[in-house]
Design a binder for this molecule. Structure first.
Ligand SMILES: [Zn+2]
Length: 354
């Protein structure tokens, strides 16, 4: 039995024109009834495979669409206020930042009735802020979950609130211990959490059998909803590999290379709510901010546009081991001995250290 994972080098995965059409058609079927009567849509998903397809999708549903593309957050705020759309289709980080800015300037968007999120984990905190800002009940916010390898995998059911897997997608939990070389996998998932694998032969040029997504999900089960038995999850919790969701996928291997060449032996990255916090041992290498920007030009562009928060990078001198102890992490000599990417972070771990 093999449990293949996504390409660790994150090479682009090609989509044929026919597959793009199929991807859009599948989303259209998913959203058609729910978006009936909506006339104006605002799209802000920055980058990624689906960035181009969302405008096509909403236009195909008869909507006038403003696609913010890679424009600055301030401009996006202006445009969305002008448009006063009924539908917002955004990545969670961008939407959360838009909401914060709208709240700050006291701008309401009285027409918003439907919110669709895509591309990253939608945290409970972000979901709450979105619902509060627009005065929406939970069933007005649909989170969609997919991957470049598979396409759309699951979406929030606006009837029961669980995320149902799309027809033809077969999910299963990766058995604990099946992923060799991944110590401390999944942030020690317990209870009803598991690492998700999916099978699907829907994308004919890229059929997947037991593809390990490295996403940790909560509550994988079969439920009956609207008279049909469906595979479902409560929510996606986060990734469990050396890749972070930070605007766009962000590889800890590249970060390791950058920090290693700057002489930093030990470091950790944290990815709470799709943000990036880096904690390193020793003193801050000279010119590190510039080196970071050069190594991750796309991320730097998203930061400059205000679409993702800048990374919080701290070098803790000789206090690194104290930090590890507070965070309950092992004090290994080499970062290679344990996971370097973690999803939870508490500000208290840093108190008095830098
Ligand atoms: Zn349901």
């Amino acid at each position: 039995m093999t449990w293949p994972g996504p390409d660790p080098g994150m090479k682009p995965i090609g989509w044929t024109a026919t597959e793009d059409e199929w991807y859009v058609a599948e989303k259209r079927e998913l959203l058609h009834d729910w978006l009936t009567g909506c006339e104006r849509g605002f799209v802000s998903v920055a980058v990624g495979h689906n960035a181009d397809s969302v405008r096509t999708l909403l236009t195909g549903l008869g909507m006038a669409v403003y696609d913010a593309g890679l424009s600055a957050l301030d401009l996006q705020v202006e445009r969305v206020v002008e448009l006063d759309p009924q539908v917002l289709y955004c990545s969670p980080t961008i939407l959360w930042r838009l909401v914060a800015q709208l709240h700050q300037v006291g701008a309401k968007l009285p027409s918003v009735r439907r919110v669709i999120t895509n591309g990253e984990v939608l945290s409970e905190a972000a979901r709450t802020a979105i619902q509060q800002q627009f005065g929406l009940p939970p069933e007005s916010v649909m989170d969609t979950y997919g991957s470049t390898e598979v396409g759309t995998i699951a979406a929030t059911c606006t009837a029961c609130g669980l995320m149902h897997f799309l027809d033809g997608i077969y999910p299963e939990a990766v058995p604990p211990g099946a992923l060799e070389g991944q110590p401390d996998l999944a942030n020690r998932p317990g209870g009803d959490r598991c690492v998700l694998a999916v099978s699907s032969i829907k994308r004919t040029s890229f059929p997947v059998i037991r593809l390990v997504t490295y996403d940790v999900v909560q509550g994988l089960c079969r439920v009956t909803c609207d008279g049909r038995e469906r595979w479902s999850i409560g929510r996606v919790v986060g990734r469990c590999d050396e890749v972070l969701n930070y605007g766009e996928l962000f590889s800890a291997h590249d970060l390791d290379d950058l920090l290693g060449s700057a002489g930093v032996a030990r470091w950790l990255a944290f990815n709470p709510d799709n943000a990036l916090i880096v904690i390193g041992e020793g003193s801050r290498p000279q010119g590190f901010t510039r080196d970071f920007a050069e190594r991750f030009p796309l991320h730097q562009q998203l930061i400059d546009l205000g679409l993702i928060p800048p990374p919080a990078i701290h070098f803790l001198g000789v206090d690194y081991d104290r930090f590890l102890t507070r965070a309950g992490l092992p004090t290994t000599v080499s970062g290679k001995a344990g996971r370097r990417v973690h999803h939870t972070f508490e500000a208290a771990w840093m108190e008095g250290l830098c």
